[in-house]
Design a protein around this ligand. Structure first.
Ligand SMILES: *[C@@H]1O[C@H](CO)[C@@H](O)[C@H](O)[C@H]1NC(C)=O
Ligand SMILES: *[C@@H]1O[C@H](CO)[C@@H](O)[C@H](O)[C@H]1NC(C)=O
Ligand SMILES: *[C@@H]1O[C@H](CO)[C@@H](O)[C@H](O)[C@H]1NC(C)=O
Length: 381
């Protein structure tokens, strides 16, 4: 029994010792972290942490060292930006933090714009003096936007994501059904004016969906992140669940018409996004080109921030980890007609007619009944 006791005592003291050692280790580690004036070591730690968080693995010889240099450059720019009290938006680390500006642009900015993308301007949403528009619109709150922000992967396929997003919304607005659609069908099958992962524009994707008699869901034809150009949708006509009737262009270089359009449905736009890779929050008023866009996105609303002013609410396709949960707020009512970052230069939307069965909807039926009743009472009087 005595033996047992002493053995227990040694076990306990051993545990105490282990605890003590651990405690000392933790204290010295955190103390080291606090007192480290060596910012190089901090950067290295941040890089390691970032690698794990983003699931990055580099295979090439010396690649990790090269990427660390780029990472440090980006980190420096982010810190400079965020320490400027005059900045409007915040910048931060994200999945793009190991890319140079040139690499980012060539991999991710595949939005194409030309004269054809702004032909067929329609007057449907042209702003007229006296038009009354809501001060704030957010189509997410009305259930017209697929909640999961999609990720375009390492490709220039933004145009396909902008197109599906706008069609998902107009379909919900006219039919009440929110159905997530297949970007991969567009990337693989729409090869007239669009170029898969190299780039394209939502405007031509809408033409494709019209001539294709619809588009399938992304459940049936999922995103692969692989540009094989082998169209698999040919054998699945029965699954083309969502159709549109055409597309039109909002009067260009006119933010009031764009506002009117967004009040009616989400609108695809081109924007110049080369300087937005590290945007994390706030209203973006930073550098960008007002001469034309290189990235295709969807405006799903607008509003006014009390301290940062008017903004467009934009849904991107760089995943939920970018920006404000995948969204960007971009300065609205810019001093140039092009809009901030060219946002008003090429606004396009799909058209979907209400089906003829809507003529028999309860509200129409009620109206007809009321009319008949009034007619009868007129006759009787
Ligand atoms: C911030 O803006 C104010 C007013 O416009 C200006 O005087 C000041 O120089 C700016 N500060 C920086 C760091 O740019
Ligand atoms: C904006 O992006 C362009 C293209 O990558 C780059 O040349 C320019 O330096 C960037 N501007 C700023 C202020 O970061
Ligand atoms: C892409 O598709 C091709 C053809 O189907 C296949 O050979 C290749 O392995 C795929 N690549 C990836 C990264 O999945």
């Amino acid at each position: 029994n005595k033996k047992e006791k002493s053995r227990r005592a040694t076990t306990i003291s051993f545990i105490n010792l282990a605890f003590l050692t651990l405690l000392v280790l933790i204290i010295s580690l955190s103390f080291g972290g606090i007192t480290a004036t060596n910012s190089q070591r901090n950067e290295a730690e941040m890089f390691e942490h970032w690698l794990v968080e983003n699931g990055k693995n580099y295979n090439g010889l010396g690649e990790k060292e090269r990427r660390f240099i780029v990472f440090k450059d980006n980190l420096k720019r982010i810190k400079e930006h965020n320490s400027d009290p005059n900045h409007s938006c915040q910048r931060g680390l994200n999945q793009f933090s190991d890319l140079t500006a040139d690499e980012f642009r060539s991999i991710y900015l595949g939005g194409k714009m030309d004269k054809k993308s702004v032909s067929d301007v329609a007057l449907r949403y042209q702003y007229k003096e006296g038009d009354i528009l809501p001060d704030e619109v957010d189509w997410r709150k009305r259930g017209a936007v697929v909640p999961r922000v999609k990720t375009q992967g390492d490709c220039g396929g933004c145009w396909a994501f902008a197109a599906t997003g706008a069609v998902e919304s107009i379909n919900q607005i006219t039919t009440g059904e929110l159905i997530s659609l297949s970007e991969q069908e567009l990337l693989d099958c729409d090869r007239t004016d669009n170029f898969g992962y190299i780039g394209g524009g939502a405007v031509w994707a809408f033409d494709f969906i019209v001539s294709n008699d619809g588009i399938v869901t992304d459940e049936v034809y999922p995103y692969t992140g692989n540009d094989t150009a082998a169209c698999k949708a040919i054998e699945m006509p029965a699954t083309r669940v969502v159709t549109i009737n055409g597309r039109e262009v909002v009067p260009v270089n006119d933010e009031m018409s764009l506002k009117k359009a967004v009040a009616h449905q989400p609108i695809t736009v081109m924007t110049s996004a080369a300087n937005m890779s590290d945007y994390t929050s706030g209203v973006y008023k930073g550098p960008c080109s007002n001469l034309g866009g290189d990235h295709n996105v969807i405006i799903v609303g607008y509003g006014t921030s009390s301290d940062e002013g008017d903004y467009w609410l934009i849904r991107n396709s760089w995943g939920p980890g970018w920006g404000e949960g995948g969204y960007l707020r971009l300065q609205r009512n810019f001093h140039e007609p092009t809009g901030k970052c060219s946002v008003a230069m090429a606004p396009v939307y799909p058209i979907k007619w209400k089906s003829s069965s809507d003529l028999l909807s309860p509200s129409v039926f009620k109206l007809v009944l009321l009319f008949a009743f009034q007619l009868i009472s007129l006759v009787l009087l």
